[in-house]
Write a protein that binds this ligand. Structure first.
Ligand code: ATP
Ligand code: MG
Length: 425
């Protein structure tokens, strides 16, 4: 049997590289203008890091991580998200002494053992953005604005994204809600889905955003979390919503929005994309004011978000990459030598053209001219250069325009100038 890729791990074809890198570069451009600095965290961390940050009782840590023992029997985990690793790095590298706010971003693959489906993979890319500094809602609004601008940048005319926000309360008020939740759900236990019955014991908040209709019906009858907010949490949320309106960001307050990670407090949000079905969160994030301290670092409040790259691309373009990006994959010029001498000459000419920034394909094979021109058609090149023995002797080259279907013999010295005129107009 032929070997196949691991389930949920996707190959990136050239077309995928084109669209994903386009989005990554675009995001990087926005982030750098907002003074975010790119960092790299390792793909593997000690399992303990995720137990202590994401939380032992979360779906991610309990069911989704790729954890194994290496050859020295150490427990290691492939990163399921970036925030924990970034916080570890900030502490270990002493980055917290740098001027505040700290602004970092990281782009790379994450690994979660989930059931693969549309928009849900086991290896997927995140663009992860973190801001550490003071606790004001201004930073949150700045970040939300940035996230929305990035997501909308490839297609500013179309509004495919909706922002949903909520507050999870803080250490003061959330336990009260949790207790209410436990008692309110206790006698409804048998109507909950299997996963939520399990969650009841370890992570009851997560029941709030269960996608199953039965659970949803039960959840809709509960008192919302907002009824349990303490004064400070309420003030924070009011200020946040006021500021969002002030800058003209449209949002929906979703009282049932929760996050899968333990470390969030107060503001959390999701940006949903159109056309994604059940897996509709393209970007998610929130505050994690205590995480750094819990990991042994200083008391430094923080907020951040992560964009799921594959889902972002799905919302924008569906499965198919956009035509404009596909055009960029095509070579501009194809060099076809006829005979040994012409091939030798090509070894000098082709790199010379590439140095002039033309995208050049070259055939160094023994096929008929007709067959090679057919290939040229399939490649979608604009210009073909044909060099035969006669042309060599006369110091000329045949320049064929594939769109117009015409060709002419031009002087070799004038070739680069001519290509510039025709391809760089
Ligand atoms: P979900 O509710 O979809 O499971 P989550 O709460 O697990 O999301 P986060 O951990 O906040 O998601 O991740 C942030 C973003 O990363 C998500 O909004 C999504 O775009 C993307 N993402 C998360 N898990 C996957 C996955 N398995 N496959 C593809 N993208 C993912
Ligand atoms: Mg998840």
């Amino acid at each position: 049997m032929t070997l196949q890729a691991v389930r949920g791990f996707k190959d990136w074809l050239p077309e995928d590289c084109a669209r994903y890198h386009f989005l990554i570069e675009l995001a990087r451009n926005y982030l750098e203008r907002a003074n975010f600095k790119e960092i790299k965290i390792p793909i593997l961390e000690k399992t303990e890091l995720f137990l202590r940050s994401i939380g032992e009782v979360t779906d991610i840590v309990q069911k989704e991580t790729y954890t194994f023992q290496d050859r020295s029997q150490e427990f290691l985990t492939l990163r399921p998200e970036a925030t924990a690793g970034i916080c570890r790095m900030i502490i270990e590298q002493g980055l917290y002494v740098r001027p505040k706010p700290l602004r970092f971003f990281f782009i790379g693959p994450m690994f979660r053992h989930e059931r693969p489906q549309r928009g849900r993979l086991r290896e997927f890319y995140q663009i992860d953005v973190e801001l550490l500094g003071q606790l004001t809602p201004y930073y949150e609004v700045e970040l939300l604005d940035l996230a929305l601008k990035i997501l909308r940048a490839p297609d500013p005319e179309k509004n495919s994204f909706t922002l949903e926000i909520n507050s999870l309360g803080c250490r003061e008020c959330r336990p009260e809600f949790r207790e209410y939740l436990l008692s309110a759900l206790q006698d409804k236990r048998e109507w909950l889905c299997e996963t939520c019955r399990e969650r009841l014991n370890r992570n009851p908040l997560r029941i709030l955003d269960c996608k199953q209709e039965g659970c949803r019906r039960i959840v809709r009858e509960l008192k919302p979390l907002s009824e349990f907010w303490c004064v400070l949490c309420r003030e924070h949320f009011t200020e946040l919503t006021e500021l969002l309106s002030f800058v003209g960001i449209t949002f929906v307050v979703n009282p049932y929005l929760v996050r899968g990670l333990d470390y969030y407090v107060r503001t959390i949000f999701e940006i949903k994309g159109k056309g994604l079905g059940a897996q509709d969160a393209v970007c998610a994030g929130g505050r994690y004011d205590y995480l750094l301290k819990e990991l042994g670092g200083p008391d430094l409040p923080a907020t951040g978000f992560a964009i799921g790259l594959e889902r972002w691309a799905l919302t924008l373009w569906g499965e198919k990459p956009p035509q404009a990006l596909m055009e960029k994959l095509k070579p501009e010029v194809l060099f076809i030598p006829l005979g040994r001498e012409a091939k030798r000459e090509g070894l000098k000419l082709v790199p010379r053209l590439r140095e002039e920034n033309f995208k050049v394909e070259a055939f160094f094979e023994d096929r008929s001219l007709k067959a090679m021109l057919r290939e040229a058609d399939k490649l979608g090149v604009k210009k073909v250069l044909i060099l035969g023995e006669d042309e060599l002797k006369e110091g000329v080259i045949i320049l064929k325009d594939m769109e117009k279907g015409v060709q002419e013999r031009i002087k070799r010295e004038g070739l680069i100038q001519r290509l510039k005129e025709e391809l760089r107009k």
